[in-house]
Design a protein around this ligand. Structure first.
Ligand SMILES: [Zn+2]
Length: 444
């Protein structure tokens, strides 16, 4: 072997060693605080292997990313509203990147990889699930509040489609579906809350992702009378435009578009699932079977709400389809809650895309959806609600606080209603009244 060859081989070894040392770049990071978890996302140049484990005193989570180079500054991430106190990083001797999260609170961590989508490349996701769930507490407060008042509100849970790492469809000018769905959903909740006898809640309040099953779970936790999932369509070609309304179907999609859409919307569920490790998923199978058995009951009701909403949307602009379509969206598979999915327009159509970002158009769409919902619940109000009660009594009713000396017959006479009607409306058995008690006076 000549000296020259030796020198050549030596430099080749050196080059190979350098190549081997250069790890997968971790070149961007984001943090998404949500109501019940915090999501840390590391963008990686390629698919990576990783390990996640917890250490005690002080409590910290360690993420080892095999053969990776940190090419971004994790120190600039905003850790407000997260359970993380600080993030430290280091390089291990074996070439792994170590990310240490110093924690303020205990969390249930899980991690998984996401494959590239339209917006992002390979990602390593670490979800820090809250142990004491603030949303649960909020819901408990809502339920307690409901049990105190005799005539409950109609509860509508509005679901802004997509969010966080899942942008949904992206329009020709770059509008992200998740932004449109959030804007529409927030407006909707505001409008519904302003109506007497209605109360609305969002499944997500900010830009973060929640799994599809989780969204209907939230609706169930709120005891929702209606679940509305808001989306904006996309199709392979730019021509289709206009709004559509979908209700759940047990036999899958009723048209080719519906089938294609159900497939692409449902594929978003993979976001929370690819390689995700969660102890809570064990009963998924059983839950799925029970779900399928019990969901048939609400389909008819869903179709009813759907056609009311569609009728109203018809006045806003061209509809994509003039009847309620049926598709097997995972997000609609809620056992006992009537559910609809509204595609507010086609984000893949340049005209629709522009309209969907305009405040004036958003307002018109929301007004139409809310009017449809209002009409539906006025024609078939759920039992126990203020709306049902008002209807049964054929109009307005007033509240009256019992004073000293009041008798049922005196109150009945003053208000020109029968004693029997007062008793029925207020579920009273005897004639006994309590000072300070508030009763309803039906219109005469
Ligand atoms: Zn969507």
């Amino acid at each position: 072997m000549s000296a020259r060859t030796t020198r050549f081989l030596a430099s080749l070894v050196l080059i190979l060693a350098t190549v081997a040392q250069a790890g997968t770049p971790v070149d961007n990071a984001r943090i998404w605080p949500a109501t019940d978890h915090t999501r840390l996302v590391l963008e990686t140049g390629d698919s990576v292997e990783h390990r996640l484990f917890a250490l005690e005193s002080p409590r910290r989570l360690v993420i080892d990313v095999e053969q990776a180079d940190l090419e971004t500054n994790l120190g600039t991430l905003n850790l407000d509203d997260t359970p993380i106190r600080q993030i430290r990083t280091g390089r291990r001797q074996n070439g792994d990147l170590r990310v240490v999260l110093d924690m303020k609170e205990d969390v249930e961590p899980r991690s998984f990889l996401l494959r590239p989508n339209e917006q992002y490349g390979h990602r390593l996701v670490v979800d820090l699930m809250d142990l004491d769930n603030t949303r649960d507490q909020e819901q408990k407060a809502v339920l307690e509040d409901q049990s105190e008042s005799k005539r409950r509100d109609v509860i509508v849970v509005v679901d802004a489609g997509h969010g966080g790492e899942d942008p949904g469809a992206i329009g020709p000018s770059g509008t992200q579906e998740k932004e449109v769905t959030m804007a529409l959903s927030q407006r909707m909740v505001e409008r519904i809350d302003a109506m007497e006898g209605f109360q609305a809640y969002l499944t997500r309040k900010d830009d973060y992702y929640i799994g599809l099953r989780k969204r209907t779970e939230i609706a169930r936790d709120y005891n929702a009378d209606l679940f509305v999932s808001v989306h904006a369509d996309a199709f392979r070609s730019p021509q289709p435009r206009g709004a559509s309304v979908y209700a759940l179907s047990t036999d899958g999609a009723s048209s080719e578009t519906a089938r294609w859409l159900a497939e692409s919307e449902n594929s978003a569920d993979l976001i929370g699932g690819v390689g995700g490790v969660s102890l809570k998923d064990k009963d998924e199978m059983l839950a799925g079977v029970l779900l399928d058995l019990s969901m048939t009951a609400s389909i008819e009701y869903s179709m009813g709400v759907g056609s009311n909403v569609l009728d109203q949307l018809d006045s806003v602009g061209k509809l994509h389809k003039s009847s309620v379509e049926q598709a097997g969206f995972a997000v609609l598979k809620s056992p006992d809650i009537p559910s609809i999915l509204v595609e507010a327009g086609f984000i893949s159509n340049p005209t629709d895309e522009q309209k969907l970002t305009r405040a004036g158009h958003q307002k018109r769409i929301v007004d139409a959806m809310v009017d449809g919902i209002d009409r539906h619940f006025r024609s078939s109000p759920p039992p126990g609600t203020l709306i049902a009660h008002r209807q049964r009594n054929g109009g307005e009713e007033r509240e009256y606080e019992i004073r000293r000396g009041d008798t049922l017959s005196a109150i009945a006479r003053r208000n020109q209603v029968s004693v029997q009607k007062l008793k029925t409306v207020n579920d009273l058995n005897g004639e006994t009244l309590h000072i300070g008690e508030v009763i309803s006076i039906p219109s005469s």
